[in-house]
Write a new protein. Structure first.
Length: 173
């Protein structure tokens, strides 16, 4: 039988998970801010569409796609992180509940985050290739470093996946 002080300490540690709730609320607010920036970029694109060069339109659209991916990543982190670390969401019967919600563990969340980072990095790289002229003389150096960074994300993602596969195939005691 455990001691009352031990039970109290364990309860306090267990309830400390709620200290993460404000972090997730802050991420929800960041999605609102990202939405405002998205709408601003979309408005500029709509207003200036006839005066913009084809390459600039592609860059602007890629910027919108990039923001959408960041928003989706934030939502995934909020849903999964809250369920993993704070509390289960009570939306089982809601018709719009994402099919993956409640099924993503920490390992899956980690892989989804690195996958989204790789996609965002690839879009940034593609934007650089489209806007080569604006990068000037240092284009090769800038793109080289961005490719190195992108490949670092890709290799990190593959390593995470391999580590998870190895851990999953290891016999647990």
């Amino acid at each position: 039988m455990s001691h009352p002080v031990e039970r109290s300490l364990e309860l306090m540690i267990f309830n400390s998970r709620w200290l993460l709730a404000p972090f997730f609320f802050g991420l929800v607010l960041s999605i609102v801010l990202l939405l405002l920036k998205f709408l601003q970029e979309l408005w500029h694109l709509v207003v200036d569409i006839m005066a913009l060069d084809h390459g600039v339109v592609v860059i602007e659209i890629l910027t919108l796609v990039d923001m959408c991916l960041v928003g989706s990543l934030l939502l995934m982190i909020i849903f999964s992180g809250y369920e993993i670390f704070v509390s289960k969401s009570h939306v089982e019967s809601h018709e719009d509940k994402p099919s993956w919600m409640g099924k993503v563990d920490f390992s899956g969340l980690k892989l989804k985050v690195i996958g989204a980072i790789v996609a965002i990095s690839a879009i940034e790289l593609l934007k650089n290739f489209v806007e080569m002229r604006e990068l000037g003389e240092d284009f090769e150096t800038i793109v080289l470093w961005k490719v190195i960074i992108h490949l670092t994300f890709v290799v990190s993602g593959v390593m995470f996946a391999l580590m998870d596969k190895i851990a999953a195939s290891t016999t647990h005691h």
